[in-house]
Design a protein around this ligand. Structure first.
Ligand code: ADP
Length: 169
């Protein structure tokens, strides 16, 4: 019940998604799906202690991808990026937890795998920036925008996390 009220409140006032309720958008890109990395990536977020609240396999349209990456539309690689991201299905996910957006970026590594440390997803599983297997929102504001772009509110599940007392003090 508390969960449901929180969800209604947070959809009305997006700043409600803060603290333990912060939400981040993560997507396994087409190369990550083709290379069978979905299970490994989900496991890393689960083991970290974050809570999965939304997930689906999508063949994204070019329109959706152009909107998703609208801030990069003037970059020379934009066209290739949209082509790459629409080349196969993507696993789109929403993860919840304290500082999930900032911590997810650390789990992912740097944009360019060459600069990503071993132990990060991009540091462990890819080589080139144009095939970097995973997307993660770069700020809480972009997470809110991306979640509403990729998910309808009824596709997000609000569930009681029975392990929360072992993750948070
Ligand atoms: P991030 O995904 O780490 O937030 P950006 O938002 O800067 O990084 O870029 C979005 C995506 O565009 C990257 O993840 C990568 O797939 C692609 N990209 C970024 N820079 C380049 C580049 N120089 N050449 C090709 N693709 C790039």
């Amino acid at each position: 019940m508390i969960c449901l009220l929180l969800m209604i409140f947070s959809n009305l006032f997006p700043t409600g998604w803060t603290g333990f309720n912060e939400r981040g958008f993560i997507a396994v890109k087409p190369d990550g799906v083709q290379r069978r990395l979905v299970g490994e990536i989900i496991q890393r977020f689960e083991k970290k202690g974050f809570q999965l609240v939304g997930m689906k396999l999508v063949q994204a349209s070019e329109d959706l991808l152009r909107e998703h990456y609208r801030d990069l539309r003037d970059k020379p690689f934009f066209k290739g990026l949209v082509r790459y991201m629409s080349s196969g299905p993507i696993v789109a996910m929403v993860w919840q937890g304290l500082d999930v957006v900032k911590m997810s970026r650390r789990v992912l590594g740097e944009t360019n795998p060459a600069n990503s440390l071993p132990g990060t997803i991009r540091g462990d599983y890819c080589v080139e920036v144009g095939r970097n297997v995973i997307h993660g929102s770069d700020s809480v504001e972009s997470a809110q925008r991306e979640i509403s772009l990729w998910f309808r509110p009824d596709e997000l599940e609000c569930w009681e996390d029975s392990s929360a007392q072992w993750i948070y003090e």
